[in-house]
Design a protein around this ligand. Structure first.
Ligand code: NDP
Length: 594
């Protein structure tokens, strides 16, 4: 394949410049006030109950993967009263909310779905669909008794450390006020839906909803992909063409009388090749310790890793393998950082050219195909994988409304306007994503007040500070479960979470065994960890020359605090090995138990 790199680079820059806008993250609308109904839970009825005023040993904020895996490990370690507080009506986190048709995991189920081995569940597909992932969450909840103490449809409003009694005080929007020895926080990065700040959004008189609150009562069908028969006489617009839209558009195209897919920036859509999992094959590979081996193998296959075999073989390992192969083609004496970066770039050009030519091979209409091509490096935006999305544009009644990077001009009472043309619709579906660039406390809905009244937003005013991404000085008995400042493995978030869960259970077990009421990272240990992190490469994801999106703070300078959003310099595999040794030697260096 002959690639004119300079021409492509110039196109990338031109496409980016078209999309850069001064209002950055402020272009979106927070869902509150008269928009609040967009947040209503369509899946579980709200049940009144008395406020809770007791004491539990461990409280975890968030009932998604992070809370479930940490809770399960704590139960295994002998903690009987783990309470998960969750704003949804059940466990599942992102998989509780995102029930749009076609939702499925993009990382192979074998490593994406947590605790498969412990629960004895065999994923039915290489990339499982959302209902199965939600069921796995519920299975973990049942198996480890996590439902017993859980508070659903409850949002934490305050978390305050009481230094006298050495407990945390938890307050929720349901009037609960209880104490807990330990807290864990795992609210996830993408849990607050956002709407685009399109003029006139409130004036639309038809039906509308956000993809994370799918209105099956309006559309018909179900999360398993049943035909949305109520849309057969409806004109529907879906705004947004990110990873969510890519998965639900084929289902909408099949169901709607007319479907307008409104695009500001195309996604890169690579091959999915989903297949059912063969029980005989699974029986052969699922020998004791299998999921941990698979997790480690996947991580060792990521960029910077050194695996001899690829057990997982999904879109992410393919991406990393190509990069590694390209770099390994360099003669030994030319292995300089600059040449390695150039080799990485070459591999990206090739991949993106393949993805662009895939559009031509699948989309019948020439102009539509041109408009569906992504002109940026692959990791500028979330890579997508699908085998029916591009083909959906061949369905009669489905039309791509490309806005040439400008977005929807305005919304009217009866439809939406793009480039001066009004499209009348009965329903607008917002596939407009989730808040990312806003303040942590805004997204969480509370601040965490630690020792001596120090709040988390004060402690992190100039950037995140922690040891292992889990412990923060000034916040005793608190554990943060998320990828940054740890492995920072973005292609399989669950690996970060399951590993943190194990670590936390071990620390709590140690504190209890030694009758230590508090555990806290020392200032020195935290400083040393941060100093180590800063010796590594700055974050690679979404550099400023990328087209704007949440990976690069909508193309705006994220400020010096972003420098701390990094992982262990030696890479994810090395981090997991390091952390395993750290927790296994029983010394918990850097933590003070008192
Ligand atoms: P995204 O934030 O990725 O996409 C939002 C979309 O809305 C973009 O296409 C954006 O365009 C568009 N948009 C925003 N404002 C306007 C406007 N004014 N006019 C027109 N279009 C507009 O949200 P998603 O829900 O798709 O995905 C969020 C994340 O969730 C993913 O990145 C991924 O991490 C995760 N996810 C994971 C899945 C999985 O693992 N299977 C599936 C789905 C999501 P533009 O690109 O120009 O900003």
């Amino acid at each position: 394949m002959i690639i004119d790199k300079e021409a492509i680079k110039a196109r990338y820059i031109a496409e980016r410049d078209k999309r850069l806008r001064a209002d950055g993250n402020n272009q979106y609308r927070r869902i509150q006030g008269q928009l609040a109904h967009y947040l209503d839970d369509p899946y579980t009825p709200f049940v009144e109950r008395e406020p809770v005023n007791d004491h539990v040993t461990f409280t975890f904020i968030g009932g998604g993967f992070a809370g479930l895996v940490t809770g399960a490990r704590l139960v295994e370690a002998g903690v009987k009263d783990v309470r998960i507080v969750e704003k949804g009506g059940d466990f599942g986190g992102t998989w509780y909310w995102n029930r749009y048709p076609g939702a499925q995991c993009d990382t192979a189920s074998m490593i994406y779905m947590p605790m498969l081995e412990e629960t004895g569940h065999m994923p039915t597909e290489k990339y499982a669909h959302a209902p199965e992932i939600l069921e796995q969450c519920q299975r973990i909840g049942r198996q480890y008794g996590l439902y017993d103490n859980a508070l659903f449809h409850a949002e934490v409003k305050a978390l305050t450390w009481d230094d006298k009694d050495r407990v945390w005080v938890v307050e929720t929007n349901r009037g609960d006020r209880f104490t807990t020895t330990y807290i864990g926080l795992g609210t996830g990065p993408l849990h607050v839906p956002k709407l685009p700040g399109i003029p006139g959004l409130d004036s639309f008189k038809g039906h509308s909803f956000h993809t994370s609150r799918w209105d099956y009562a309006y559309t018909g069908g179900d999360p398993k992909g049943g035909l949305m028969e109520k849309l057969k006489d409806k004109r529907v617009a879906i705004i947004g063409t990110g990873a969510t839209s890519v998965q639900c558009v084929p289902h909408l195209a099949r169901a709607c009388k007319a479907l307008y897919v409104v695009q500001r920036t195309p996604s890169s859509v690579d091959v999915r090749a989903n297949v059912p999992i063969d029980p005989d094959w699974f029986a052969g590979i699922s020998t004791p310790g299998w999921q941990q081996r698979w997790l480690e193998n996947f991580t060792a296959n990521q960029a910077g890793g050194s695996a001899d075999e690829d057990l997982v073989q999904d879109g992410w390992t393919d991406l990393s393998r190509r990069i590694r192969e390209k770099i390994s083609e360099l003669p030994r004496e030319q292995m300089t950082p600059a040449n390695m970066l150039a080799a990485y770039e070459d591999s990206d050009f090739e991949k993106m050219e393949e993805i662009r030519s895939r559009v031509d091979s699948l989309v019948g209409d020439h102009d539509t195909a041109q408009n569906l091509k992504a002109w940026y490096r692959q990791l500028c935006k979330r890579p997508c994988f699908h085998d029916q999305y591009l083909q959906a544009f061949n369905t009669p009644g489905t039309q791509l409304i490309d806005t040439d990077g400008k977005g929807v001009e305005r919304i009217t009472e009866t439809g939406l306007v793009v480039a001066g043309v009004e499209y009348e619709v009965d329903c607008i579906i917002y596939a407009s994503g989730f808040e990312v660039g806003t303040e942590y406390t805004e997204r969480a809905g509370f601040d965490v007040t630690g020792r001596d009244g120090l709040t988390l937003s004060q402690a992190w005013a100039e950037g995140m500070r922690s040891k292992h991404g889990i412990h923060v000085h000034g916040f005793p008995n608190a554990f943060f479960v998320q990828p940054a400042q740890g492995a920072n493995l973005i292609s399989n978030i669950p690996h970060n979470l399951t590993d943190a869960g194990k670590t936390i259970a071990r620390i709590v077990g140690h504190a209890q065994a030694t009758n230590a009421p508090t555990v806290e990272v020392t200032q020195q240990a935290q400083d040393e960890w941060i100093a180590l992190l800063l010796t590594g490469m700055p974050r690679m994801l979404g550099s400023p020359d990328c087209t704007p999106g949440y990976y690069n703070n909508e193309g705006q300078d994220p400020g010096p605090a972003a420098r701390y959003n990094v992982g262990y310099p030696a890479g994810a595999s090395a981090y997991f090995k390091y952390l395993e040794a750290w927790r296994d030697n029983g010394k918990f260096e850097g933590l003070a138990f008192s």
